[in-house]
Each structure stands twice: as structure tokens, then as C-alpha cells.
Design a protein around this ligand. Structure first.
Ligand SMILES: *Cc1c(COP(=O)(O)O)cnc(C)c1O
Length: 393
């Protein structure tokens, strides 16, 4: 019998830079007394990110949700937008806050991103854009979506909240599509406590985004549009600058964790992992999703999710329920039954992965899963015994 972990193991735990290092940065902020409003630390963070993403076209925000809302508003997106039901609610909320109608289209079964084969049938005269999500940091079908967007004259927007650090064909993933939103929330691979970023193709959008995130102020006496307040502050920017230095190292640790899971879970019936990404993708190992097949594993996803808590292991069901099943979106008509998204939402479980998670603990989590599968198989064999006796054995 494997004893429970002494301390809870959560699905993630935020990375933090060395405390001393952060304090040194804070001292500069104290000395300058410049806490927000485009201060020197934010400027420096912006420069660091420009070189990281190999572009000048980025704009920072206090969180990813407001960044996406402002992106949609600034780009003038209206009418209907084709999107995925298999994501975090903020993707859809950003549409709703812009009075845009979400049109939910099914996902593909391997990496769970929007299925391009089903997008075209959902296009109507009111469609203005596609809002796809690089869910778990898995890149969407970039070429197929770009092709559809071009042929139908739609804007192509990516919710890249999970995809910081991902590259495709050597290019940062934010270079695909018209615009990408990144979230720097504490639960994400890379964070600035809270924060968000837009990366966009048209340089002209920057002015608009800068107005919209700062009340529409052009200067002290001119307000040129009814903006909101979505600025990133200096302390957030400091956390971002310091965490960015450790990104390579945190990705390497996650990669090692992922490798242990891949090796060990391959031997457990009923635990299905997403296939390895194509060689052109440089992945960030942001999440480790598995699908639980109740028949093969011997226990349902929900039963397993609860059972693991007995070992102090707290997994998450990202993404269950589907967005279109939440009470606030249930009344939106959906074309078809979204069979893939529905099946995946019923089976998905995201396992703990973060840089401070010891490989030994990952092995133990795998041992627990294997043990549970074996004990369920034993139980069902025992349950079958009386039936065997009845047929004369
Ligand atoms: C986290 C997340 C967001 C929202 O980002 P915040 O920075 O928390 O506002 C949006 N979309 C997806 C897919 C996310 O996971």
C-alpha cells in the first residue's frame, strides 16, 4: 500500500524567482515611487518580451482576459465568431463582453484543438473571425485555419494563454494568425502574478490597444475613445522580467517530468496520452492531460479524480464541463452535438506538472495509478467468480 503524500500535490504550483533577487528589484521600484502607468520596469519587460518573441508588435495588460477583450474590440470584431467549446471560460467571455455571438465548433481528437474540417460548415454571412485556442500549448492546425480564414476573409485570432514559449518551425507561435493573446496568470507556465499580452501582425493596432487599456487617454487633456483600465503595473512587470530568465530551465524540468509520465503511463491500460507533437513543434510542457477510459482502466475519470485525493494528489478536469454546457451559455444554439469535445471533456484529467515537482513523486503518482488499475481488475475478476460457479466450474 502506497502511503499518501505528506503535503498536497496540486496540478501546478507557480514558479518564483529567488526572494533576494525580487527584493532587489522591488528596491528600485521603492526608490522611484513609480508603481504603474507605463513605468521603467514595464518598459524593460516589454523590451525583453520583444526580443523573446522576435517582434516589436506586443502590448502588455493586467491580465489575459482583458487583453483578449480589448483585442476583439480594437480589431472591430462583431457578429459571429467561430470558436471552441473546449477551453477556459474566459475565451468565450471575451466574445460575450463584445456582444459577439460564439459559434461552437468541435475539436480534433488528438490534441484537442479546433477542428478545421468542421469550421467551414459553421461560417455564415455574419461570421467575422475564428478564435481558436492552443489548448495545453498544443498548436492549432495553423495552416488549415489560415487557409480557411484567407478564403473567407475572416480574421484569425489565437488564444495562446497556454502557449508561452512554444515555437513552430522555429518561429514563436504568436507569429501565426492576425493576433495572439498570452496569459501571465500565476497558474500558467510563465507568469507575472497576473498579466496578459497581445502579439499582433498589424503595427497600427498598438496605438489603439494603448488607448483602450488606459481610459482612452491620448494626453493629459484628450480622451479619444471610451477605454477601460487594463494596464500592467510595475510589480507585475518585475515578476515577469525575473521569471523570464528562468523560463528555459522551468521548461526543461517539465520536459523531464513529462518523459517520466510518458514512459510509465504507456504501461497502464485505460490511461491515454495525447500523441507526441510533430517534430516541427518546440513544446512548452505546460500541461499533462490524459484521457481515462473507464472500461479499460476499471474506474471512471471522476472516480479516479476523487480517489487520488486520498493520496493527497489534486488533479484537475481541464476542460470539463464544456463552455456550451455552463448555465450562462446553455441557451446558445450549437450546430451538431460536438461529439469529440463531449467525449474528451468526460474523460480528461490533467496531472500535476510544475518545475518543483520531484521526479520521484511523479513515479509515485504513476505507481498509484497502476495500483488502482490493478486493484480494480482484481475486484472485477472476483465479482465474476460467482458467475463462473453458476456455469459449473
Ligand atoms: C488563463 C486563461 C485565460 C485568461 O487569462 P487570465 O490572465 O487569467 O485573465 C484565457 N484563456 C485561456 C485558455 C486560459 O487558460
Amino acid at each position: 500500500m502506497i502511503p499518501p503524500f505528506e503535503k498536497p500535490i496540486y496540478v501546478t504550483r507557480p514558479f518564483l524567482p529567488p526572494f533576494e533577487e525580487f527584493c532587489r528589484g522591488l528596491q528600485d521600484i521603492w526608490d522611484s515611487r513609480w508603481l504603474t502607468n507605463d513605468g521603467p520596469v514595464l518598459k524593460r519587460f516589454t523590451r525583453d518580451l520583444c526580443s523573446f518573441f522576435e517582434t516589436e508588435n506586443i502590448c502588455l495588460f493586467n491580465n489575459g482576459t482583458l487583453a483578449l477583450q480589448i483585442a476583439l474590440q480594437g480589431m472591430g470584431i462583431s457578429g459571429e465568431v467561430i470558436t471552441t467549446p473546449y477551453t477556459f471560460v474566459a475565451t468565450t467571455h471575451a466574445l460575450f463582453w463584445n456582444k459577439i455571438r460564439p459559434v461552437f465548433v468541435d475539436i480534433e481528437p488528438y490534441h484537442y484543438t479546433l477542428d478545421p474540417d468542421k469550421v467551414e460548415a459553421a461560417i455564415t454571412p455574419w461570421t467575422t473571425a475564428i478564435l481558436a485556442v492552443h489548448v495545453y500549448g498544443h498548436p492549432c492546425k495553423l495552416n488549415a485555419l489560415a487557409d480557411i480564414a484567407r478564403r473567407h476573409n475572416l480574421r484569425l485570432i489565437y488564444d495562446a494563454a497556454h502557449a508561452f514559449g512554444v515555437k513552430v518551425g522555429g518561429r514563436p507561435i504568436g507569429h501565426y494568425g492576425d493576433l495572439s493573446m498570452f496569459s501571465f496568470h500565476s497558474t500558467k507556465l510563465f507568469h507575472s502574478v497576473e498579466g496578459g499580452m497581445l502579439l499582433f501582425r498589424e503595427a497600427g493596432l498598438r496605438g489603439l490597444f494603448d488607448y483602450l487599456k488606459n481610459f482612452g487617454f491620448k494626453n493629459e487633456v484628450e480622451v479619444v475613445m471610451p477605454g477601460t483600465n487594463a494596464k500592467m503595473n510595475e510589480v507585475q512587470a518585475l515578476m515577469g522580467i525575473q521569471n523570464l530568465k528562468y523560463l528555459g530551465q522551468t521548461i526543461e524540468k517539465r520536459k523531464a517530468i513529462s518523459a517520466v509520465y510518458r514512459k510509465r503511463l504507456a504501461e497502464i491500460p485505460g490511461i491515454h496520452m495525447a500523441p507526441e507533437l510533430p517534430a516541427a513543434v518546440q513544446y512548452n510542457y505546460a500541461y499533462f492531460p490524459v484521457e481515462v477510459d473507464e472500461q479499460e482502466f476499471g474506474m471512471s475519470r471522476d472516480a479516479l479524480y476523487d480517489k487520488l485525493k486520498e493520496w493527497n494528489v489534486y488533479t484537475r478536469r481541464y476542460f470539463y464541463p464544456l463552455i456550451c454546457d455552463y448555465p450562462c451559455y446553455r441557451s446558445i444554439p450549437v450546430n451538431g452535438s460536438l461529439p469529440v469535445a463531449r467525449r474528451v471533456a468526460g474523460r480528461i484529467l490533467t496531472l500535476p506538472i510544475y518545475d518543483g515537482l520531484a521526479l520521484n513523486d511523479v513515479e509515485t503518482i504513476c505507481d498509484i495509478l497502476l495500483g488502482l488499475h490493478q486493484s480494480m481488475r482484481m475486484q472485477s475478476a472476483q465479482a465474476a467468480m460467482p458467475a463462473l460457479a453458476a456455469v459449473g466450474r
